[in-house]
Design a protein around this ligand. Structure first.
Ligand code: DSN
Length: 433
């Protein structure tokens, strides 16, 4: 049953049975398999409703009170609401809620603060950085000069396993390269990122400091992680990962950079804002300001730790020895030297366990193949799973990968996954589950 069942969407979609069928099929997939991609979540029905609202009809180039088209009285109210809720939630001076994605938000910040050719110091992609942190495949590396820092080497000491951001290295490279901007943040890093050492290093070389909080935004909002707001000059986020809102981005900054950031987003980079997504961002910011969201953020972290513990028990090596956020980064090589991330992802998919392959620090395999898997607890925590279920999921992952050529085992795991998911439907109020 689709999450739109019983809502007006269901009636409206009757005119397009093909798309209606696909929405139903995706709803079925999401409800009957485990969603462990660290950058995904299940939004609330309210976020879904706002995303599907008639704000999608309206052109609104510009900002509240300064639009290029008429008829924006209501849109102005909704965008102001989203901005006010974002600044209140994160304690920021200014919010721009128009970026279509986290990647666009980062591009806008570079454009606002830098000149083409300026040097940016950011995290290495193969150590957990993002494409917009200077990947050769990204436009960012064609416009700006990126230099990168990484994590420390892995050790055999369980008390100091390494693979954490090496601040001595960050400081050394900053002194040598004199970047105009230092970027903190990652897509595959299971530890808390403390903004303060980055601030000190940035100040020591006269650099600006961007904290890309795409992944931990919800953990920051839910007070499970330290806030970079007020420490970094600018903070970018995505609204759809741990923050549990609609797909999109946002930028928070101090008053000094507000005008430049706004101009960089529009007209610098984007045209008309997606006001239906902005309405949904407003809903998500309000939801994340409630007391329950703090419980949620704490549960996300506890669940990731439980999943990490279960996976370690199955014989997997965990990059950095464990987790302090919503992610677990698994090195498959100790479990099975022949097993690649690509094969593991595909086999787990067949068992109903959805995750993504990921490079691990200094991965000998290509980014398309990889030696690692990235898993996340944000979505299934929303569905109501707890540490007990995470233990069961860790065991199911071990069983699947240990017997990956045995169809009977894969079918039996698939059945167990269905049973587990049936007890934790992501949209119980809409599907009657
Ligand atoms: N694709 C996002 C992630 O999975 O982390 C980053 O852009």
């Amino acid at each position: 049953m689709s999450p739109t069942t019983g809502t007006p969407f269901d009636t409206w979609l009757a005119s397009d049975p093909e798309v209606a069928r696909l929405i139903g099929a995706e709803a079925e997939r999401e409800a009957t398999s485990l969603q462990l991609i660290a950058s995904e979540n299940f939004t609330s029905p309210a976020v879904l409703a706002a995303t599907g609202s008639i704000f999608t009809n309206k052109y609104a180039e510009g900002y509240p009170g300064r639009r290029y088209y008429g008829g924006n009285q209501v849109v102005d109210e909704v965008e102001d609401l989203a901005r006010d809720r974002a600044t209140a939630l994160f304690g920021a001076d200014h919010a721009n809620v128009q970026p279509h994605a986290g990647a666009t938000a980062n591009l806008a910040v570079y454009q606002a603060l830098l000149e083409p050719g300026d040097t940016i110091l950011a995290m290495r992609l193969d150590h957990g950085g993002h494409l917009t942190h200077g990947s050769p495949a990204s436009i960012t590396s064609k416009i700006w000069n990126f230099v990168s820092y990484g994590v420390s080497p892995a050790t055999d000491d369980p008390d100091k396993p390494g693979e954490v951001i090496d601040f001595d290295q960050v400081a050394d490279i900053a002194r040598r390269e004199r970047p105009k901007l230092i970027v903190a943040g990652s897509t595959a890093y299971a530890r808390i990122i403390d903004p303060h050492p980055f601030r000190e290093i940035a100040d020591s070389v006269g650099a600006l400091f961007l904290f890309d909080a795409a992944h931990p935004a919800g953990l920051v909002a839910g007070k499970a992680h330290p806030s970079p707001v007020g420490v970094a000059d600018v903070v970018t986020l995505t609204t759809h990962k741990t923050l549990r809102g609609p797909r999109g981005g946002a930028i928070l900054c101090n008053a000094e950079h507000a005008k430049a950031i706004d101009q960089a987003v529009f007209p610098g980079l984007q045209g008309g804002p997606l006001e239906h997504a902005i309405a949904a961002k407003a809903v998500a910011f309000a939801e994340a300001s409630r007391a329950e969201f703090r419980d949620y953020a704490a549960a996300v972290v506890a669940n990731a730790a439980a999943l990490a513990g279960a996976l370690a028990g199955e014989g997997f090596r965990l990059v950095s020895g464990g987790t302090e956020n919503h992610q677990v980064l698994v090195d498959l090589r100790t479990f099975d030297a022949e097993l690649t991330g690509k094969v593991a992802q595909e086999v787990l998919d067949r068992s109903g366990i959805t995750c993504n392959r990921n490079t691990i620090p200094d991965d000998p395999r290509s980014p398309f193949v990889t030696s690692g898997l990235r898993l996340g607890s944000a979505a299934e925590t929303t569905a109501g799973m707890g540490v007990e279920e995470m233990g069961r999921i860790g065991a199911l992952i071990g069983e699947t990968l240990r017997h990956r050529d045995d169809e009977a085992v894969l079918s039996s795991v698939r059945a167990e996954v269905r049973e587990l998911c049936a007890s934790f439907p992501p949209y119980p109020t809409l599907t009657g589950g």
